[in-house]
Design a protein around this ligand. Structure first.
Ligand code: ATP
Length: 491
């Protein structure tokens, strides 16, 4: 598995992710997506939106505002309960989440070895004195304060007056925007249960210990679904909510695998009673084997009727659904698949990273699923000095860029250009050479064909310029390279 340091350095060097406000020393908790990062992120969001919202007859979309009425957060329980226990070191002043203290390696001055300093793996005892961590894990000297509850919401003021009445919060999750619009969406779209609402958007949490690159940040993006089911319905003899919960777990797992995550790097973690939120009937996390170890990629919770009931209570509006068959009003149950865009991006990046040996040389390649590759096609002229080759390549770039993310590059020799594109995961390279345009001096006629090179197999095929758009479209649409190569013939 690739290390986090390798990914961070590749992301900076190749324009995927930069530290926010870097020229001012940076912030440890926010990151900026560079030219390639924003393409990758957009493609992940587009694939999710298309597969889970547009292609499903039982789903619709929403884009709710980030700032909402402050009562929303009272009703949802965030004002009173969205807290983490925080402790401080009295010596070095470092701050920790009390429940995560034993998840990091700890510094220990061992009394059995004249106070020698050791760094001991998380949650392990010292092999010399058998002692366990009681002090600050970072400095190994300071006592820790008693835990205090810290609310993770960013508070702000609506309007020009900074008074209590104007207090509101940056949303810590997108879900509440869906719940408060349940009735609007259900009625305007004449939806029958079961149906779901999907939303992608920013969320903000004033995390006590952000870190591990884009894994935990204070500003991040979520892709969330609230799927409403009738709790009185059954499917195959089981309560509908339980049936749909299983379906969503399977669908989410399949989605991440479809776009490239290896099955052995994904697993399900069922919340036990202690972990389960009080309103949840069952929650399962999809975990990924990140460079920092197995951690949550997304959560899929059965939130029952908790949220709609809470908002009905606080708003005074009955958020119910009229069941025509049973002639009764019901409060739907909700299944919530909730994924972080940034964590998904980190997982796709880590899974795609390979260091390979090709003809005695190291090749770094990001083997992204072709649909997620930040650049779909790079158009490369074989000879930069030949005006006709460059002009043809630029025309092809122009043509392809109407449908695909396409770049043109002539700043190095072809071998190096290929390596650069491999390192950022470009799915296909198209080269224009002398044969394409012909050589009048030598009396060689143009064949009008270009070479397409596959990133993963490094195989090449030659197609006519007029075939090119169709072939690239087929490849990005899911047709396998081997099939295409068999049809048009390898170069
Ligand atoms: P964690 O236990 O890691 O703090 P959580 O259980 O609080 O996460 P949820 O509230 O279930 O997370 O949020 C749903 C998803 O949103 C998470 O699975 C994760 O992908 C993403 N997410 C949550 N908090 C952050 C964060 N601070 N930075 C980046 N992504 C986040």
């Amino acid at each position: 598995m690739v290390s986090m340091d390798t990914l961070v350095s590749l992301c900076k060097r190749r324009g995927f992710v930069f530290q926010s406000s870097e020229i001012y020393g940076g912030t440890g908790s926010c990151w900026d997506y560079g030219p390639l990062g924003v393409e990758l992120k957009n493609k992940i969001k587009q694939a999710w939106w298309r597969d889970f919202v547009q292609r499903r007859a039982d789903m619709v979309g929403l884009d709710a505002s980030i700032l909402m009425h402050s009562m929303v957060w009272k009703a949802s329980g965030h004002v009173d309960h969205f807290t983490d226990p925080m402790v401080d070191c009295r010596e070095c002043r470092h701050r920790f989440r009390a429940d995560q203290l034993d998840e990091v390696p700890w510094v220990h001055y061992c009394p059995a070895t004249k106070g020698n300093k050791f760094t001991i793996p998380a949650a392990e005892a010292c092999s010399h004195c058998g002692g366990r961590r009681t002090l600050c894990p970072d400095c190994g000297k300071g006592e820790l304060t008693a835990p205090r509850q810290f609310n993770l919401m960013f508070k702000t003021f609506m309007g020009p007056v900074e008074e209590d009445a104007a207090v509101t919060y940056l949303r810590p999750e997108t879900a509440q925007g869906i719940f408060v619009n349940f009735e609007n969406v259900q009625q305007s779209m004449r939806r029958k249960l079961p149906f779901g609402i999907g939303q992608i958007g920013k969320a903000f949490r004033n995390e006590i210990t952000p870190g591990n690159f884009i894994f935990r940040t204070r500003e991040f993006e979520q892709m969330e679904i609230e799927y409403f089911v009738n709790p009185h319905d059954t499917v195959d003899g089981r309560p509908a909510d339980e049936h749909w919960h299983d379906r969503w777990i399977a669908d989410c797992l399949a989605w991440f695998q479809r776009y490239g995550l290896a099955a052995e790097n994904l697993r399900l973690h069922e919340h036990d009673r202690a972990e389960l939120a009080h309103y949840s009937k069952r929650t399962a996390d999809l975990q990924y084997r990140f460079p920092i170890g197995w951690s949550e990629l997304m959560g899929i919770a059965n939130r029952t009727d908790f949220d709609l009931k809470q908002h009905a209570k606080w708003s005074g509006k009955a958020l119910t659904y009229f069941d025509e068959e049973r002639k009764e009003h019901v409060v739907p149950y909700v299944i919530e698949p909730s994924a972080g865009v940034d964590r998904a991006l980190l997982a796709f990046l880590a899974d795609a990273y390979r260091e390979e040996e090709v003809r005695g040389e190291k090749r770094v390649v990001l083997r992204f699923h072709p649909e997620l590759a930040p650049i779909s096609v790079a158009v490369l002229p074989l000879l930069k000095k030949r005006g006709d080759i460059v002009r043809t390549a630029l025309t092809i770039r122009d043509e392809l860029s109407r449908r695909f993310t396409t770049v043109y590059d002539d700043t190095a020799a072809i071998g190096r250009l290929y390596r650069r594109q491999d390192e950022v995961g470009t799915a296909y390279c198209v080269t224009v050479d002398v044969q394409t345009v012909g050589d009048t001096d030598k009396g060689e006629a143009a064949d009008g064909k270009v070479t397409i090179r596959d990133r993963d197999s490094m195989e090449q095929i030659r197609v006519t310029a007029s075939q090119l758009g169709g072939v690239v479209g087929d490849l990005l649409g899911g047709q396998r390279w081997a099939e295409v190569a068999a049809e048009v013939g390898r170069a």
